[in-house]
Ligand binder design. Structure first.
Ligand code: AHR
Length: 662
């Protein structure tokens, strides 16, 4: 029997109407495909804030491994005869420690490291201890004992993993031993005893889990990298943020210092150690152990386009009003050269100077860099002035490279209004916008990009998050409003080419900024509802935008007056011929919804319906390390009659409806 689809639809619609009164009819135009959704949607923004790198994603467990913190023994305790030396084998990290006989057989010499908020050790896992060492006074051999220790233990033994290491050379050499733990201990320490009368020198004392992300020795924490991969990100922006600019030029992120052997990468200040005195972390530095090579590699391994951001020669403008703090235009050449060299590092073959560095680090093939950001949150005429020489030089040497400029630190206002036309004048390819804003802002910005200039640069929503008014902690309501806002990014796929939530990571004992997407301690991590929203968008992004409007007035569904707090967008996914509709109910009332797939011809049938919903029992709460699954997407099968689907969307709910076309 041939079913009349229109009749079915009308019947189904009248049922909804009679139960709930006026439905919210969302009409999806299926006939005409809209703009292509860019492969760079949706992405990740990484910055070493909240112990995101050292003490976080970077799996090194020893703090101040090269004894280069300004207080050289910060993070260490010494006992017996330990002295600090400064003529070590690594030019840019000259300090090391000398361990000498304590002078009595019942006395001990050694050092202990406290790690980052302790050292997290997992039961049955193997840990690679490495150290550069030598016998400065000669001798055939000396012995050190390496232990993982739980100092406040009531047990007979403090140590729960022990290995001996023989140092056998007068010359500096790298030694390695594997420690295996038979218990889980989130807050242990690393202790090293000198176990022989012969003096030893120790430098670059390091401890990594053997089981890192993809098994790299200078690797990343597997669980945290997996969190990133599971988003299926389209782009990976690094290394910041304000970190790019530096509190002063000397402490800006200098990518050239972050490549080559890790032992010789110099220490940098981390501005987040002191930026907020109310959350002050005097032991927060950047080892650069996770540097630009590691960022490019990670981008490749998680399938994201790498997007490095470089200093444009302006130190952080929030912290430096005086022009003398910045690079004068006449002195900008070395900064511009850094950008050109970075492109060569990423894409040049092994015969080029910087391509050779990359190849020697283990990646002879190019990283295929396509995008580069110049400057972070800059403003005023000095920004375009500084940006222009970069654009000219990059365009000349690499005409295909896409250059990203900035619209400053605010989502609107004088600086923003000044910089957008400037970016257009300079022909930046994309403009990076930042907005950390309250609920009211997110509710009012559903149509933000609907009327943007289509002839100018594309948009990169490079840092954004809903900061609840009086509720700065992660909670579901903020994530829900981010989802509502993101329907506007999706609808405007022709102009919005990238979007990255910020910040990404936060250690529960070491954060300076919240909300954040992923929280972690020394052993575990938790995906917040903001993470889940990003993931749901990224894994249901579709290949083309579709026009979706609300019944009567044919307006985009942006939470506007008369739209009952609804936000919605729709896409077509060509790979499996499906329609994906995202609807966000931002109100405390259930909303009757009708999805009307208009323009389908008679032979086309919609089948295989799936609905994914993200809701929370308490919209002011979120997933936590203690309860990581409190909020999770719920998937169910749904049935569509003809080309119309009627349903009811619960209060405060983000829903994704998917139907295949046969
Ligand atoms: O994400 C935290 C900070 O917010 C970034 O470093 C900066 O770009 C913005 O102000």
């Amino acid at each position: 029997m041939r079913i009349n689809k229109t009749l079915f639809a009308a019947l189904a619609l009248s049922t909804t109407l009679s139960i709930h009164g006026q439905t919210n009819e969302l009409v999806i135009q299926t006939k005409k495909l809209g703009a292509e959704i860019q492969p760079t949607m949706y992405g990740l923004f990484f910055e070493d804030i909240n112990y995101g790198a050292d003490g976080g994603l970077y799996a090194e467990l020893v703090k101040n491994r090269s004894f280069e913190f300004p207080q050289n023994l910060m993070g260490w305790k010494t006992f017996g005869k330990v002295s600090l030396q400064n003529d070590g084998p690594f030019e840019r990290n000259p300090h090391y420690v000398r361990l000498a006989d304590p002078g009595h057989e019942h006395k001990r010499t050694g050092i202990e490291n406290e790690g980052f908020f302790g050292i997290g050790i997992k039961n049955n896992a193997a840990y690679r201890f490495t150290v550069w060492a030598r016998l400065p006074e000669g001798g055939t051999a000396s012995k050190i004992r390496v232990e993982l220790v739980k100092p406040n233990s009531m047990g007979e033994q403090h140590a729960f993993a022990t290995q001996n290491l023989v140092i056998d050379s007068k010359e500096w050499k790298k030694y390695q031993v594997i420690l295996k733990a038979e218990k889980t201990e989130p807050k242990s320490i690393l202790r090293i005893f000198l176990d022989s009368p012969t003096t030893v020198d120790l430098e670059h004392v390091s401890l990594f889990p053997v089981d890192t992300w993809k098994g790299h020795e200078n690797g990343l924490r597997k669980d945290l990298a997996q969190d990133l991969a599971d988003i299926k990100p389209g782009v990976f922006r690094f290394p910041g943020g304000c970190i790019v600019e530096g509190t002063d030029l000397e402490t800006r992120y200098d990518w050239k210092k972050t490549v080559g052997p890790v032992e010789n990468r110099p220490l940098n200040e981390n501005r987040w150690h002191y930026t907020f005195p109310h959350r002050f972390y005097p032991d927060y530095f950047q080892s650069y152990g996770m540097g630009f090579y590691e960022f490019f590699l990670l981008s490749e391994e998680i399938g994201a386009e790498p997007l490095p951001v470089l200093s444009c020669g302006l130190a952080c403008q929030f912290q430096n009003e005086d022009a003398s703090a910045h690079v004068a235009l006449c002195d900008l050449d070395s900064y511009v050269q850094d950008a050109l060299d970075l492109i060569e590092f990423a894409n040049g073959d092994a015969s080029t100077t910087w391509g050779k560095v990359r190849a020697e680090m283990g990646h002879p093939a190019p990283f295929n860099l396509k995008f580069i950001g110049i400057g972070n949150e800059q403003w005023g005429p000095e920004y375009p002035e500084h940006l222009e020489p970069f654009i000219k030089a990059i365009r000349k040497a690499y005409p295909d490279m896409k250059i990203i400029g900035s619209s400053g630190p605010n989502s609107e206002g004088d600086q923003f209004d000044y910089l957008w036309p400037e970016m257009k004048r300079l022909k930046a390819d994309l403009v990076d916008e930042h907005f950390y804003r309250p609920e009211s802002w997110f509710l009012s910005q559903g149509a933000r990009y609907d009327n943007y200039d289509r002839k100018g640069p594309k948009v990169f929503a490079g840092e954004y998050a809903c900061h609840g008014k009086g509720k700065k902690w992660n909670h579901f309501h903020a994530a829900l409003l981010e989802a509502a806002f993101m329907t506007g990014l999706e609808r405007n796929a022709d102009i919005v080419h990238m979007a990255t939530y910020a910040p990404l990571f936060a250690h529960v004992e070491g954060w300076q900024w919240r909300p954040d997407m992923i929280w972690f301690d020394n052993l575990n991590s938790v995906r917040t509802s903001s993470y889940l929203v990003q993931q749901l968008f990224a894994t249901n992004k579709g290949s083309n935008a579709l026009t979706l409007t609300m019944d009567m007035d044919k307006k985009n569904v942006t939470g506007a007056e008369g739209q009952n707090g609804l936000f919605a967008s729709a896409v077509w996914e060509a790979s499996n011929s499906s329609y994906i509709v995202k609807v966000v109910n931002t109100t405390d009332k259930a909303q009757p919804i009708t999805l009307n797939f208009a323009g389908m011809n008679k032979k086309e049938v919609l089948t295989g319906g799936t609905c994914i919903k993200l809701r929370a029992a308490d919209i002011n709460a979120d997933n936590t390390l203690e309860n990581p699954q409190a909020i999770a997407p719920q998937e169910s099968t749904i049935t569509i009659e003809g080309n119309v689907y009627n349903t009811e969307l619960e209060p405060y709910t983000f829903a994704i409806y998917k139907f295949s076309k046969k």
